[in-house]
Ligand binder design. Structure first.
Ligand SMILES: CC/C=C\CCC/C=C/C(=O)SCCNC(=O)CCNC(=O)[C@H](O)C(C)(C)COP(=O)(O)OP(=O)(O)OC[C@H]1O[C@@H](n2cnc3c(N)ncnc32)[C@H](O)[C@@H]1OP(=O)(O)O
Length: 291
């Protein structure tokens, strides 16, 4: 699916325009950008993101370092998007590993404090930044691997699902999943679609209806993560795995992209139809209540 979006962003200007309406590159560009120096190995740091780029392998590691739990605030999301944009522009960067510098937590998901009691303008900007992060990761030309070295609920799980591959620390104290239902929030349809593309319809239905958080072993069983390793080995395994992915010629990725792009279009049409049906149904209920 990620590859489908990738192809769509590359080849379909109309759809790119449509998607970019969801996006907000403007606000990201306005902020300070962590510099990526073209040398054999470089390191760039914003307040909340550290990027180590090894030019000989073409692989960058993005360390999320927003204490205490890497919650996705507007500021943090903006830093992530800027770092990603810079890596994307550097054609020598072919692979990206995303991980956490915080102990025990990959990301706690959307920053609850950034969603509560804020102005409508702030909420709009915040929500656009969430969508931009999703678009940038899912549509990335780089191979992306999530090194999930701690718990990853809700938006944290979404972030990991936008990557091509997920490696999680095998620690039963950690959990991962879209638990929005348990918080009394409906997960947006594109959260749902991302999960469907990862684990399939039935597993997603169960996960969302019940707001399930999975242990690493359970997550592996339903395919929410691809591999479990000891905590100490999450990052090294991610970089080793990256080597295998980068050995596949990019052209083959593009050909799979075409198959997945077809699926993605079907999904989008279904979602639009379903929205129209819901509006019609709601209007009918409203009219019937008038009588
Ligand atoms: C406009 C939006 C509309 C719809 C949105 C729909 C989609 C929503 C997606 C989301 O992502 S909603 C967020 C859901 N997130 C969660 O449910 C995670 C909640 N947190 C946890 O489960 C745990 O904190 C943990 C991540 C497992 C880590 O546990 P740990 O025991 O290590 O830490 P502790 O719980 O003590 O937390 C430390 C510290 O961090 C604060 N915190 C935790 N999560 C968040 C968060 N998501 N946003 C902001 N702050 C968070 C927590 O309050 C503690 O703060 P304190 O030290 O000041 O008390």
């Amino acid at each position: 699916m990620k590859m489908a979006l990738r192809a769509c962003l590359r080849t379909k200007p109309g759809l790119t325009a449509l998607l970019s309406q969801l996006s907000c590159s403007g606000h990201a560009a306005a902020r300070r950008a962590p510099a990526l120096v073209a040398q054999r190995s470089s390191s760039s740091t914003s307040q909340k993101i550290k990027v180590d780029f090894d030019q000989s392998s073409g692989v960058a590691v993005m360390h999320m370092q927003s204490p205490p739990v890497n919650s996705l605030s507007l500021e943090f999301l903006t830093d992530v998007c800027i770092a990603l944009e810079k890596l994307e522009m550097d054609k020598s960067c072919r692979g990206l590993v995303v991980t956490s510098s915080q102990p025990k937590v990959f990301s706690a998901g959307l920053d609850i404090l950034d969603m509560y009691g804020k102005s409508p303008e702030h909420c709009a900007e915040f929500w656009k930044a969430v969508q931009e992060m999703w678009l940038k990761f899912y549509g990335s030309n780089m191979i992306t691997i999530a090194a999930v070295n701690g718990s990853s609920p809700a938006g944290g799980c979404l972030l990991s699902m936008t990557c091509d591959y997920r490696i999680m620390a095998d620690n039963p104290r950690y959990s991962i999943g879209l638990n929005e239902t348990k918080l009394g929030i409906v997960a947006p349809f594109w959260f749902k679609d991302t999960m469907v593309n990862t684990v399939g319809h039935r597993a997603t239905e169960m996960a969302l209806q019940l707001g399930l958080l999975y242990s690493p072993a359970e997550a592996l069983k339903i395919g929410l993560v691809d591999q479990l390793v000891h905590e100490d080995q999450v990052l090294t395994t991610a970089t080793e795995t990256m080597t295998k992915w980068l050995a596949i010629p990019g052209i083959l990725n593009i050909s799979y992209t075409c198959h997945f792009f077809h699926l993605w279009c079907c999904n989008l049409v279904c979602t639009i139809c379903s929205c129209v049906c819901q509006v019609i149904a709601a209007k009918k209920i409203h009219l019937s209540q008038d009588f």
